[in-house]
Design a protein around this ligand. Structure first.
Ligand code: SAM
Length: 294
């Protein structure tokens, strides 16, 4: 077993050996705190029945810990230089598959297809590159992969947005969509001082547990339209912000009637609606669309 670089000294040494420096443009901040790594793995309750997808393995600190517990780890790293290091480090670790690719260009369902019959659960666990956190999370949610757990290390501010409730400035598209998708919770805060190099901001571990009993891709698509309309124009009343949906409801007046019929005052602002209220509007939109296509 090679010496995995999980201390600050070891991280600096391996980068020097391969003549590489951390790339800010790829959000490279390497974690060297054992407790934090442990917390991330524990938050995913990883067992040998799991296939774990990791995005951005970097120098393999988290990958190695995941591989100790999971049936298999598939790790996608964009940086060719880091990928070269990972290939050397994991050459004798049979339950790790490495892929050199931009995850935004990968189809997760296709990537994991060979594992469908061989594992019980798909999990995604990652210290995400901060410059593309939101598109990465939505890509995973919309991938069609039946994740049982998602654990992410993200900027604290993003974690706050994911877990926010109605009324505050953090509450937005990310909060509503993810809280419909499943249960979102903050597991703990992580200081910027446990990364090399230290980022500008503190971080937090979040866990999202999808609710497959509730999730319906058609409702999700409608919810997306409703939420984008509401938060696209945060300061407007619902009736005005939902203007782009009025046609689907048969005009502005019918939209106002619908909102009132489900107990939502059209003069409210979108940011005051609970996830359940957003869902009521999305379901209303879906049933009208279904009626139109009959
Ligand atoms: N997992 C390592 C750790 O915890 O120390 C590194 C995490 S670092 C915050 C993010 C990693 O994501 C880097 O290794 C970076 O090269 C990689 N990365 C950045 N953009 C990516 C992309 N589009 N697809 C896959 N990996 C990416």
């Amino acid at each position: 077993m090679p010496d995995f670089p999980t201390t600050l000294t070891a991280i600096k040494a391996i980068l020097a050996k391969y003549k590489l420096a951390p790339l800010k443009s790829l959000g490279q901040n390497f974690l060297f705190d054992h407790n934090t790594l442990e917390k991330i793995v524990n938050a995913g309750s990883v067992t040998d029945e799991d296939l774990v997808l990791e995005i951005g393995p970097g120098l393999g600190a988290l990958t190695w810990r995941l591989a100790e517990k999971a049936r298999h780890v598939v790790a996608v790293e964009y940086d060719r230089g880091l990928y070269g290091i990972l290939q050397d480090l994991f050459v004798d670790v049979p339950n790790v598959t490495l892929l050199n690719a931009d995850f935004l260009q990968v189809d997760p369902a296709r990537l994991l297809q060979p594992w469908e019959e061989r594992v019980l659960q798909f999990k995604v666990i990652a210290n995400l590159p901060y410059y593309i956190t939101t598109p990465l999370i939505f890509k995973l949610v919309e991938s069609g992969v039946p994740w049982t757990t998602m654990v992410f290390l993200v900027q604290k501010e993003v974690a706050d947005r994911i877990c926010a409730g109605p009324g505050g400035k953090e509450y937005g598209t990310l909060s509503v969509m993810l809280n419909y998708y499943g249960k979102a919770e903050q597991i703990g805060n992580v200081s910027k001082n446990v990364f090399y190099p230290a980022p500008q901001v503190n971080s937090a571990i979040v866990r999202i547990t999808p609710d497959w009993q509730r999730f319906d891709p058609e409702v999700y698509a409608c919810l997306q339209r409703v939420v984008q309309a509401a938060f696209g124009q945060r300061r407007k009343t619902l009736l005005n912000a939902f203007g782009v949906l009025a046609e689907d409801f048969g005009g502005k007046e019918s939209l106002a009637d619908f909102l009132e019929s489900v107990g939502i005052d059209p003069k409210r602002r979108g940011e005051t609606l609970t996830v359940t209220e957003f869902l009521t509007v999305a379901e209303g939109l879906r049933s009208r669309k279904q009626r139109d296509t009959r």
